[in-house]
Design a protein around this ligand. Structure first.
Ligand SMILES: Cc1cc2nc3c(=O)[nH]c(=O)nc-3n(C[C@H](O)[C@H](O)[C@H](O)COP(=O)(O)O)c2cc1C
Length: 185
């Protein structure tokens, strides 16, 4: 399939649905706060540097959460478990205008530790608090590269929530032992 630059507006996401949905990815909630406002949005994340530890999230610049990330220069990444699928669905929709999204959608809050400002989702598999070190426009999103300044991990046996072929799923079962050495992640 080739991509036409003047693709019909109603077909704007056809290639994303057909091709990008084939990439399995973790489901996270990005949290941010600025000037007394808090928000969060369902998204995905990947690491882009090991030392320093850096991650990247692609955010649609029109989202309220992206604007708070822009204003504060900070974000949290809460890695969700299958038990938090409802949180993924809730944070994937905008809250009524002007309302605190955590409160409006009853998303349980984990406050930021000392040295960070972004609220996160309580009960998550892991939370990474990041300082934004780089912003790169990418098509209809902006890639925010965040350096990890604090983190918290949950229960070691907890599963991770994934997204694949426009569905949610869990990781399932290990197919190897943990690597004692070699690649760090
Ligand atoms: C599974 C899933 C993954 C999503 N991934 C992203 C993403 O990577 N980047 C993004 O900007 N929005 C993503 N969204 C959409 C946002 O979560 C959604 O636009 C949200 O309403 C933004 O909220 P806000 O305007 O309150 O910030 C995703 C939604 C879902 C359900």
């Amino acid at each position: 399939m080739t991509v036409s630059p003047d693709v019909d507006e109603s077909e704007r996401f056809a290639l994303a649905k057909a091709a990008l949905s084939q990439l399995p990815h973790c489901v996270v909630v990005v949290g941010a706060a600025a000037d007394g406002e808090r928000s969060c949005a369902t998204a995905t994340a990947m690491y882009v540097s090991l030392a320093p530890a850096q991650i990247a999230v692609a955010l649609f610049p029109g989202s309220h959460t992206a604007k708070l990330v822009e204003r504060s220069g900070e974000l949290s990444v809460s890695v969700l478990t299958p038990a938090q699928q409802g949180v993924a669905a809730a944070a994937g929709r905008s809250a009524p205008s002007g309302q605190d999204k955590f409160t409006a959608l009853r998303i349980p809050v984990l406050d930021a530790p000392a040295g960070a400002s972004a609220p996160a989702v309580a009960g998550s598999l892991a939370v990474l608090w990041c300082r934004v070190v780089r912003r790169i426009p990418t098509g209809d999103h902006v890639l925010h590269v965040g350096e990890v300044v604090a983190h918290r991990t949950g229960a070691a046996e907890a599963d991770a929530l994934l997204r694949f072929r426009r569905r949610y799923l869990g990781v399932g079962r290990w197919t190897s032992d943990e690597s004692p050495e070699g690649y760090p992640v």
